[in-house]
Design a protein. Structure first.
Length: 255
């Protein structure tokens, strides 16, 4: 499990390179260093938790490859979402709840018939599905799955997409790295599971925080520089339009 969690954090590295190719974002070694620093911080947090030590030492190559593919798909999804969004001046026209509403309708139309077919086959005795039996026997499981779907999937994805729209895919994917240390804190202080945070854990969280703040500062500075270069051109266009309007009316130009 720790392997998959760690490999999934490579989405920030994929996001960096995809943003350079498809979003024309500037590449810098400092951004790459921040992505790797985030990766190293999460590795330290996982090592401090002891999750990386497993009794099974057999390498699960297929699972690792699938985790890498999943990270690449996540990076591609975030970059594609940002690329399809309108410019910042027209962001108020975007409705993320409507986007996820259509996404949910599409998934429901595709998956609900399959789920109903599985229930029908289970009821007729043609196949045995343990999940269906547990759902019918334990209503609490249905409630837990529903709450987890609403909070852990719908709400979190909505907030994540809103963050991509307001910032950048790289910043958003770096920010999701905080889920690992936060989950360990919840386990310790709320559920009473695991040991107290170790110095290794604190160092890992610090690395994640430094990477996140540094990339934020870099992209904020780049956006400000781009805005400063666009302002003179905008004022020049406005002045040209004003001169053309004066000439069109035939009024003498003011000295």
């Amino acid at each position: 499990m720790a392997n998959v969690t760690l490999i999934s954090t490579t989405a920030s590295v994929f996001t960096l390179f995809l943003s350079v190719v498809f979003l024309s974002d500037g590449f810098s070694l400092l951004k790459l260093a921040c992505a790797l620093l985030n990766f190293g911080g999460i590795a330290l947090v996982l090592a401090a938790d002891g999750s990386s030590s497993s009794s099974e030492q057999t390498p699960k190559t297929i699972g690792d490859v699938l985790a890498v593919i999943s990270a690449a798909c996540m990076a591609g999804y975030s970059v594609q979402l940002k690329a399809m969004l309108p410019p910042p001046s027209a962001m108020e026209q975007v409705s993320m709840p409507m986007f996820f509403g259509f996404l949910g309708v599409t998934v429901a139309l595709m998956c609900v018939p399959l789920f109903l077919t599985a229930i029908a086959l289970h009821s007729e005795g043609w196949t045995h599905l343990e999940l269906v039996r547990q759902l019918w026997a334990q209503p609490r499981v249905v409630l837990a799955l529903t709450v987890n779907g609403l909070v852990g999937t719908v709400l979190s994805d909505l907030v994540w997409a809103q963050a991509v729209m307001l910032t950048s895919p790289l910043i958003t994917n770096l920010g999701t790295g905080f889920t690992v240390p936060l989950s360990f804190l919840v386990d310790y202080y709320v559920r009473g599971v695991g040991g107290a945070p170790q110095p290794q854990y604190v160092l890992g969280v610090g690395m994640i925080l430094v990477a996140f703040v540094t990339v934020n500062c870099l992209e904020t500075r780049a956006a400000q520089a781009q805005q400063d270069t666009q302002m003179p051109a905008m004022f020049s266009d406005m002045a040209s339009e004003e001169i053309d309007a004066v000439h069109l009316i035939g009024m003498p130009r003011s000295p």
